[in-house]
Design a protein around this ligand. Structure first.
Ligand code: CUA
Length: 173
């Protein structure tokens, strides 16, 4: 019995020794393991993971909650136009492909920072239908003053009738 414990302890030590010298061979940065994979790489944002183009805009999660995903980049919000239903809590998830931006819904107190490598999340409810401009409220470079998107808040039943593709963006195509 004692021998067995000694053997296990020895193997554990060997295992730890290997790990401590080979950690650089693991190509996932350690902080990604703790962040639950919530740290999107600004460089590959458009290509893989949560923020690929087909996943942007408004969509229902498996839980039934409505989530809007957006990317801020110099000097646009993607999508440029988002549509959500009135008086329904909407979860916004946004990240940045480059600098720090701040999305603000003009005429409301709502705002959300977009930071590269981080997903900012906040839930907002817009009580009435209407159009809200989304200017960027954080200086982000030469095109900052022209950086703006649009939020369309539509009545619930009108939103319910939209096809999934029409929920991704309200930009004219
Ligand atoms: Cu983006 Cu200022």
């Amino acid at each position: 019995m004692k021998k067995k414990i000694g053997f296990v302890a020895a193997m554990t030590l060997v295992g730890l020794a290997i790990l401590s010298t080979r950690y650089y061979m693991v190509d996932v940065p350690v902080w990604h393991l703790f962040g639950g994979g919530e740290a999107p790489d600004p460089v590959t944002l458009h290509l893989q993971g949560e923020f690929v183009e087909s996943n942007l805009g408004a969509a229902e999660d498996p839980s039934g909650a409505l989530t809007v995903r957006m990317i801020a980049q110099q000097f646009v919000f993607v999508p440029q136009c988002i549509v959500v239903p009135a008086s329904v809590p909407v979860r916004f998830r946004i990240t940045s492909a480059d600098a720090v931006h701040k999305l603000s819904f003009l005429g409301t107190n709502y705002g959300l920072k977009a930071v590269p490598g981080v997903v900012s999340e906040e839930t907002f409810t817009f009580p009435k239908a209407g159009e809200f401009k989304i200017p960027c409220h954080e200086f982000c470079g030469a095109g900052h003053y022209a950086m703006r998107g649009l939020l369309e808040v539509v009545p619930r039943d009108q939103f319910a009738a939209l096809l999934p593709g029409e929920r991704r963006t309200c930009e004219p195509r």
